[in-house]
Design a protein around this ligand. Sequence first.
Ligand code: DCP
Ligand code: MG
Length: 484
Amino acid sequence: MRTSPTILHLDMDAFYASVEQASKPSLRGKAVVVGGLGPRGVVATASYEARVFGVHSAMPMGQARRLAPNAAYLVPRFHFYRSISEQVMELLRALSPLVEPLSLDEAFVDLEAGGVAWDERSARLAGVKLRADIRAVTGLTGSVGLAASKMLAKIASEEAKPDGLVVIEPGTERAMLGPMSVRTLPGVGPATGDHLRRAGITTVEEIAEAGEDELVRLLGKAHGHGLYAMALARDDRPVVAEREAKSVSVEDTYDVDIHDRTRVGLEVQRLAERCVRRLRGAGLSGRTIVLKVRRYDFSTLTRSETLRGPTDDPAVVREAAARLLDSVDTTGGVRLLGVGVSGLADYTQEDLFAQAAGERAVAEGPVEEHSVAPVEEPLPLAERRWPAGHDVRHAEFGHGWVQGSGLGRVTVRFETPDSEPGRVRTFRVDDPDLEAADPLPLVLRGPEGGDRVPGVGSQAVSSVPASLPKSWSGSGGGAATSRP
Ligand code: DCP
Ligand code: MG
């Protein structure tokens, strides 16, 4: 493990909700919930103001509405979030060639590889500057963790939330981790947490005390071994820009075409297991299961299914492959079959113990962008045409967003990212003057080239942070982001 805290982990604060607040002045400082609004919708994220009421990601929408009846409920705008994410990732790539995105709003950066940091002080300054740049370019806040390993950098950014920066100084990590809950460690979700608790293990220290053999007995070889190492703060995983392997797959060509459907099914199961052995051998897991079928006439089909989180569970991959096979016509015979897993991740990212049980429940079909039920829910027509939170333009009143719709009416709030909170007007859903519009940029480029960040008045944006990071040691300023 390196000796300086030069691995950075960035995680944007309440990402989707913050984008919505930056975009809609009337929602700043208010409870905002973004998610599927249909009957089976779940919360994608909630603003920190809404979290006070207990609303959180993955909660059924109905429950959120009961907890926070006065919050604004908005339908996600994935394309917009993706474009903001691109801006953030661009800033990260300016720091280092080694940027490893984990999701739209989260990534590791190897600052040392980029030459922008080599010790604690330079790492801290790079983190401070990054947060200011993100604010200037996107108008949003992100939290930064800096440590000597990926695991610790991620724990640090969690500690820094919201809108902060935390550095874990090398040498202090065991003492810091010890009293923390086992749930702090990557790969320990509710299920693994419960399992460990039943064995009397609730803190990281207790994992270390239990010893490696006990962990392996409780969680199996790969996971027990990995978790024990992490409890000792041993984590040498490198930041990888692009995985060398984009997928792991196996395939077989048959001398004689297989006609028997049962036999095809058995071959697919066998391939799925072989594929998982390869995957595990490489210490990886993946989210997307791919089935390849070449038929007697050489026509080749691929079918894929994306799970909610990465898996390396043979049962999960077998079942997904079997579901995919159900959708393929194999009458006439099959020459080749293949099973692959892509969307690879380090095996520690999800709740490993929950995979086998949990994945089966959520893997009902391909899912996009986490598990938010998209707008194809059976919403009334008006709400489908005018989704809450989406942008509109009115011929007379200009740019606004849908605050709500129903009973043949749509209510629009007319405001833009850099305006004052705007007024509300109601129209008929078929008003010819009203049309759907694209989102406006969150940060305006002023005519003199100066950027203005909406929501922080007209104050000029500099790279000096408004507040000092939580663990700021006060040791001098200066923008030492290049080697002296
Ligand atoms: N997301 C989702 N469904 C989930 C979890 C997250 O759709 N179950 C989406 C919405 C989030 C974004 O991914 O805004 C980023 O996820 P995070 O876990 O980083 O959560 P937030 O950024 O919203 O909040 P935090 O400040 O805790 O990072
Ligand atoms: Mg986040």
